[in-house]
Design a protein around this ligand. Structure first.
Ligand SMILES: *Cc1c(COP(=O)(O)O)cnc(C)c1O
Length: 351
């Protein structure tokens, strides 16, 4: 069996011999050179994709959840709770099931991709649709966790960030050093915070020689970190980053700034363009929020230029199947044909 993250990076994580390890074999995700995207971007940099959709529940959230659930069980928790735009609930439900804990999930009503909701339900979580947005749901779960014996597993739980920093460790291990640039979507801003911590810790431990610049990307209609104030009604097709008041606001701004990078915004049109190009060119299907990393890199290259030979990693945070409706809605319906060789050959323009 592939060892999970806690086993592989134990020395960097807040666990002891007494911590029961709740793992589904997360991490060890592919890092792929994306030559066809380099051509699309028109750059002479080396672009790599960190395929986080390859995690057990289909998103990077599993990196944080293995540590969060392990520590919750160590501390005697019998139930966990989270607010979610979808992937946190899918991951929390899966790891809670593995731990034998109950999972309570609050999602914004009607705003969660079907695949993600199906995961939470399949794993036996109790799901409530809140008549509000993600930010409202997060406030509610904080109140519940403060007044009831339920462990909060949103990324304000420090163990989530600790687990997620292993994404940076893996990138360094796979490339032999930190990249020049890391491009990443930003929603509640925990992941960019976690990557920065991971790169810093790896360099301090002499497992990497340098630090990357971080480029974080929000959607234009949900870009509080770019605007400098919370957004009351965040709007974007990229539901995983539809967040108006990020919990890790300060640390994300600090991470981008300290790294010499920035947090910018891309439009839904730019996100959808990248969302269409990535699977066609590279054979990797990610969800719209993940495509923001590539859309943002394209914008950055257009405006500032990626240096030739530099190494760039785009974090593709979640799997495309989670939001299958989105892909189908953007393509023509498959043509119906009679059940004959002639008809099929003609429809495929092979005759
Ligand atoms: C959670 C999530 C994000 C945003 O990550 P934050 O840590 O909230 O900034 C981006 N993409 C996907 C697919 C996610 O599930």
């Amino acid at each position: 069996m592939e060892p999970g993250l806690i086993q592989r990076y134990r020395a960097f994580l807040p666990v002891t011999d007494r911590t029961p390890v709740i793992s589904l074999g997360e991490g060890s995700t592919p890092l792929l050179r994306a030559r066809a995207l380099e051509a699309w971007l028109g750059c002479r940099a080396e672009v790599y994709l960190k395929v986080e959709g390859a995690n057990p529940s289909g998103s990077f959230k599993d990196r944080g959840m293995t540590v969060a659930l392990s520590k919750a069980v160590e501390d005697g928790a019998r139930a966990v709770i989270c607010a979610s735009t979808g992937n946190t609930s899918a991951s929390a439900a899966a790891y809670a099931a593995a731990a034998g804990c109950a999972a309570f999930v609050l999602v914004p009503q009607g705003k969660v991709a079907l695949g993600k909701l199906s995961q939470a339900v399949a794993h036996g979580a109790t799901v409530l649709e809140v008549q509000g947005n993600f930010d409202d749901a997060l406030k509610l779960v904080k109140d519940v966790a403060a007044t009831h014996p339920v462990a909060l597993v949103n990324s304000i739980n420090p163990y989530r960030i600790e687990g997620q920093k292993t994404g940076a460790f893996e990138v360094c291990d796979q490339l032999g050093d930190a990249p020049d640039l890391l491009s990443i979507p930003v929603g509640n801003a925990g992941n960019i915070t976690a990557y920065w911590r991971g790169f810093q810790e790896y360099r301090a431990a002499a497992r990497a020689r340098r630090l990357p610049r971080l480029l974080g990307w929000q959607a234009e209609g949900a870009a509080p970190l770019v605007l400098g104030h919370p957004v009351k009604n965040p709007r974007t097709i990229a539901s995983a980053i539809r967040i108006g008041n990020p919990a890790s606001w300060q640390s994300a701004v600090a991470a981008a700034g300290e790294s010499g990078g920035a947090i910018g915004a891309v439009s839904d049109a730019e996100i959808l363009e990248a969302y269409a190009e990535i699977p066609r060119r590279e054979g990797i299907f990610c969800e719209p929020a993940s495509a923001a990393a590539v859309a943002g890199l394209r914008k950055f290259h257009r405006e500032e230029g990626l240096p030739a030979g530099s190494r760039v990693v785009c974090v593709l945070t979640g799997h495309g199947l989670k939001d299958a409706d989105r892909a189908l809605s953007l393509a023509p319906r498959p043509a119906a044909v009679p059940c004959t060789l002639e008809a099929v050959a003609a429809a495929l323009r092979l005759s």
